[in-house]
Design a protein around this ligand. Structure first.
Ligand code: FES
Ligand SMILES: [Fe+2]
Length: 355
């Protein structure tokens, strides 16, 4: 029996030993560095002179200065305070104030590096200490849909609250209502088959391939027909949707990255292969922005209410996916504590709700 019926009574712990979405590839130019705080860690992300992405702990081992505020020549980062230099793997190469017989020497110093991966126009970072057998980097289906745009928004809440707001199938008609999209009048019964993800794809589930809802008018206009859709969700927080008509594909990737325990960045990336589809970008970007903002407001209103510690409930079946998220997260943590591989406890099931 699943005992999780409240969202905010889980401790909001941030998972480690996971890939997190860092930023879109285009936001990191060659010979540039940026700072990000991810799972509470200060991270310098950079792209070297050859175009290779790297990341290391952004606090200088000397006195803690943010290294990302220093200079980067495409090979080495120089701390802005006393000029210590660091290779892209985090190894210190120069301590200008040091005489040859003094300690420490540059070779004794390093700032810890993070694993990074660049794929599908996104940069992912691995937060954890595990060296081998890393989980797979999240990937969008290889159907030829091209990266089109990235939008992100910072939600001032824990990742659990953000995720529960995003994966909720029942809020659409109320939060995202618009003349173009859908509203209360279009609510109807839905029945969708779900199954656990294959183990090699990570811990999560899939909404099996189905014909897109008849109130997804945007899809029909955009892809020129009623598409088939499937959606997969993998913890900690990657949702990938693939919609396909006989001719065209759309893929959407949503990923939540905890900044700290009470701030979460929500990323949304879109791909499509509709010819001349780049012309759609400004309109779609405006819609994506608006959706994210609608979600952010809805989640903030929930967050404000939760501050009063009300008792809440997770109902059948609309809240089942939120329940699964919490359940898989708990299994992930238990497996980690017990030093074993996580097992997916989910079974194929049909869920029904109205939206
Ligand atoms: S604080 Fe970085 S070199 Fe001193
Ligand atoms: Fe939403």
């Amino acid at each position: 029996m699943d005992d999780t019926n409240q969202i905010h009574n889980v401790d909001g712990v941030l998972l480690r030993e996971c890939w997190y979405y860092a930023l879109p590839s285009h936001a990191l130019k060659a010979r540039a560095t940026v700072h990000r705080t991810i799972v509470g860690e200060p991270v310098l992300l950079g792209r070297d002179a050859d175009g290779k992405v790297f990341a290391f702990r952004d606090t200088c081992p000397h006195r803690g200065t943010l290294l990302s505020k220093g200079a980067f020549d495409g090979r080495e980062v120089q701390c802005p305070y006393h000029g210590w230099r660091f290779r892209t793997d985090g190894q210190c190469t120069a301590i200008p104030s040091q005489l040859a017989d003094q300690k420490p020497q540059a070779k004794d110093i390093r700032t810890p590096a993070f694993r990074v991966a660049e794929r599908d126009g996104n940069i992912w970072i691995y937060i954890g200490t595990q060296k081998d057998n890393l989980p797979p980097v999240p990937a969008v289906p290889a159907v030829g849909a091209k990266f089109q745009l990235h939008e992100s928004s910072i939600f001032a809440c824990n990742i659990d609250v953000a995720v529960s707001g995003l994966m909720d199938p029942a809020h659409g008609p109320f939060v995202h209502r618009s003349a173009f999209w859908r509203g209360e009048h279009s609510i109807h019964e839905k029945q969708k088959a779900f199954s656990p993800l294959a183990e090699e794809d990570g811990l999560g589930w899939r909404m099996d391939r189905h014909t897109a809802s008849r109130n997804s008018r945007a899809y029909r206009i955009f892809l020129g027909g009623t598409p088939e859709t499937d959606i997969s969700y993998r913890i900690p927080a990657t949702r990938i949707e693939h919609a396909q008509t006989q001719k065209y594909n759309y893929c959407g990737l949503t990923a939540c990255t905890p900044i700290t325990a009470d701030r979460t960045e929500v990323h949304h990336v879109m791909y499509w292969d509709v010819p001349g589809g780049f012309l759609l970008r400004p309109v779609v970007r405006a819609l994506a922005k608006r959706f994210l903002e609608q979600d952010r407001r809805a989640v903030m209103a929930m967050q404000e209410g939760l501050a009063f510690n009300p008792s809440t409930m997770l109902i059948q079946d609309a809240d089942t996916q939120t329940r699964w998220y919490l359940r898989l997260k708990r299994e992930f943590l238990t497996a980690q504590a017990e030093g074993r591989a996580a097992r997916n406890p989910l079974m194929p099931v049909m869920l029904r709700w109205r939206s």
